[in-house]
Design a binder for this molecule. Sequence first.
Ligand code: NAP
Length: 246
Amino acid sequence: MNLKNKRVLVTGASSGIGQAVAIAFAERGATVLINYRSNKKGAEETLKAVEKHSTGRTYKADLMKDADIAKMFRAIKKDVGGVDILVNNAGDAGYGSLFDQKTWQYQYESILMTTVRTTRGFLKLKSGSQRRIVNITSFYGNLPTANPDLFAYSVMKGALNTFTATLAKSLGKKVLVNAVAPGWTWTPAWNGTSKAEKRAHEKATVIGRFIEPKEIAQAAVALAENDAITGQVLVVDGGAGLVRMP
Ligand SMILES: NC(=O)c1ccc[n+]([C@@H]2O[C@H](COP(=O)([O-])OP(=O)(O)OC[C@H]3O[C@@H](n4cnc5c(N)ncnc54)[C@H](OP(=O)(O)O)[C@@H]3O)[C@@H](O)[C@H]2O)c1
């Protein structure tokens, strides 16, 4: 699919990976619809970067709320008529154990249901005949790299991987659905990380460093452009998930 003039909605595009994804689609000539929850300044920064290449607009909506989602899609319909590509990126990672019920509830809503709810809104909004969904999951959602310190987060990201395949089967050729599962990617979500902790993560990768947000964005763009891939999860983790020989 040629991305030029396609309308792409990127959720959580006021920061980190979402911001980089928005810019990467703009570089391909797409019209970028920038969703944010509270960081207006970040969303405006994204818009400024997008406008160097293409056009865009910002939409404030907390994707944990159906009313906000409905309002956002009504505004998008009025402004640009529809959405061709949805990138489900928004979400907050939460530390917590098996027994931490509050974190389970929050991660269910923040990680899994934001994507489910936004996808429903996207599908209800009739648009072009060829559409795409790219979910940003996590390598913590994969069996060998699940993280017990972020227990519910890992489980919800695993559910998003399954959601990707299930949705791809149910939507067929009209909407190709894929996911990118990032490994450790240097974004504001890592603010407050100590030097020692950062180094320990770097050492656990093959590439010897954190991934850059634009490297995740490249993968999201590649999946949206491709006409033959659907129901897949592309892991971009710098080799952190590989089993290395002793
Ligand atoms: N960084 C990593 O190492 C890493 C690794 C694997 C997966 N991921 C995944 O990548 C995605 C982006 O992470 P990031 O590191 O870029 O985080 P980030 O810099 O903290 O950005 C998170 C973005 O999500 C938005 N957001 C969160 N909850 C929202 C909600 N309910 N409604 C609307 N927007 C919401 C935030 O909006 P506001 O700031 O405007 O409120 C912000 O734009 C997440 O799904 C995360 O789980 C990240």
